[in-house]
Ligand binder design. Sequence first.
Ligand code: AKB
Length: 314
Amino acid sequence: MSPTVLITGANGQLGTVLTRALRERYGNEKVISTDVRPAPAGEPGRFELLDAMDEENLRQLVRREGVTQIYHLGAILSARGELDPMRTWKVNMDALLNVLEVARTEGVDKVFYPSTIAVFGHNADLSCTPNHSVLNPTTVYGISKAAGENWAQYYFERYGLDVRSLRYPGIIGYQSAPGGGTTDYAVEVFHSAVAGEPYTCFLAAETTLPMIYMDDAIRATIELMEAPKEAVKIRTSYNLAGCSFAPAEVAAAIRRIRPDFTMEYAPDFRQDIAAGWPDRIDDAPARADWGWKPAYDLDRICTTMLEHLQQRAA
Ligand code: AKB
């Protein structure tokens, strides 16, 4: 039987695409998308305005709709989070704890909690960060996600709540805009290339970061959520790798298709954030436990992004 799914933060970069994928899989009626902002016009399916910081509203919705799975995507990301650290901590933690408490007390079967490469920091091996690395995040977003991972594990171990989690790299997709992250340049650059404009990157040319194409991120999320319970052996969060590249490499890959494209560099405060993040992460446990394998490398990401954005511009 199809689950009844509730998604928070459904209007965000990942939420927009994941909501569509889950509706295709489980049916429009079975997937309730929610956000603090109204839904974009024309999206099919059920939408409710919801702030997950409001536990009572969240509880009523879960109870009324008989929700069996929650994908809790709402959060303030790394770069925007640094502009107001206290608010970021409050939003990211209060909403998660509400979701976990409501899920536990209302008998929800499964919760998905997105984590991030921002949980790592300078004391980790940033050349290829293992899953069970030391976590010493440098942003309030990373601190909140590291704490959230531990809460996820706590709810699983103490209450048996089936919480599953992935540490996403920067996500690259043409369908939705990223919002306030340090990896946002890797989406913006394609929009500039298609518009025939030069791009000024807010990271330095050689700053390598882990990235993943949207289709891979969506497939990984659904594969993890549908994996047999006993296959999910890590209850903090799984490292999830796609490919790794630096701004200069993505510029060169775009130029192989659009030779006139140019990129300049004006690193800002996001460079300091990126400096504490891994170049690449080791996702061996995800591969071993539930069969993860990415399909998109940098060249395939470039070809696909440019094709789709060009079609939309035409
Ligand atoms: C960000 O840059 O903050 C996010 C992330 C890597 O979690 N895209």
